[in-house]
Design a protein around this ligand. Sequence first.
Ligand code: CTP
Length: 399
Amino acid sequence: MLAEKKITVGITGGIAVFKTVQLVSNLKADGAVVNVVMTRSAQEFVKPLTFQVLSGSPVYTELFDPMAGAVQHIELATRPELIVIAPATANVLGKVANGIADDLLTTVIMAATCPVLFCPAMNVNMYNNVVVQRNIAILGKRGFEFVEPGIGRLACGVEGRGRMADLDLIKNKIRNLLHPRQDMEGLTVLVTAGPTVEPIDPIRYITNRSTGKMGYGVASEATLRGAKTVLISGPTILEPPRGVELIKVETATQMYEAVMARFAGVDIVVKTAAVADYRPLQFSNQKIKKQDGSLSLVLTRNPDILAELGRKKEQQILVGFAAETSNLEGYAQQKVKEKNLDLLVANDITQIGAGFGSDTNVVRFVYPDGTVKQMPLMDKTVLASRILDEALALRRKQK
Ligand code: CTP
């Protein structure tokens, strides 16, 4: 799979180094030519000899190594087709984001001519620190690639986001970066994502728990595979994937208008957005003051964007989502027909590992002919790819 691909693995000092041992071994088994660069702190965790044996090459540790050529860092930076930093500490992210190159690894990254992939791993408070998040955002904007850390029990004993991503996810990303599938070239994909917000007064609004992760994953994957991607998104804290055209909206009505304006020229629509079905009938220009007794809010229906697309659809493949808490299959079968969809991705948000905010999802693919495919628990980025595979297959059948 990775035959003869030249990969430099940069290792910084974190307990997740033990996973990198397996990563280097797997990359080698897949046929890659692996060079390893270790920082001084990384060597506190695992000895270079381990990586030397697994990679079958000397491990590089010193910027000024009298045995190596004078421009060793330039060679290490320009020879590989991909540089993977795993684990990437807060320290290395901070240095690279701010232009500091004070050891062999940061010098190699600074001189790199190939994609650089960071796999951060650190304590949850460090990961959430605004400075670290700012550095990640800076690096993302400059074209560095990331595999986000997962949520779980961290080595320091606390639960939270910070553990280095699973090796399968890292390897998937490495394969995508080295062999980008270009099977969506020439297609336009429209993705809606995130929640909508429906204002009550200048201060309050109605919204839902959608984070946008699923939709941003689909948009990123479609772009990587060569599609022109339009992402119409409600408010989220996510960085838009590189290369997508982002249209920001707030309310369901704005989302409706943005979607309708772009629908005609589109080949595939994936509607992950959690659109509010209702909005307050009256928007109060002034803050609503509290009063004795209860307060009633009158809500009115929002347009059903997906149902309208179902009525208008011509060549477009229409993929809808359904989040349910009961009778998943019954509702899903009903929605796929009523909304004239080609595929409905149905998830029971009460299941562990499914639904809003989670990195993973457990879904069923439901088709208008009544067929149902139960998908295993999978990361949302992997699911994004499966949904696009399915949409492409449906397009081929349509022709
Ligand atoms: N959807 C939409 N416009 C709306 C409501 C939902 O386009 N006003 C889309 C969502 O983007 C999603 C799908 O419809 O792809 C299903 O949303 P969901 O809330 O599960 O279903 P509803 O059709 O709204 O039905 P209900 O709320 O009764 O379950």
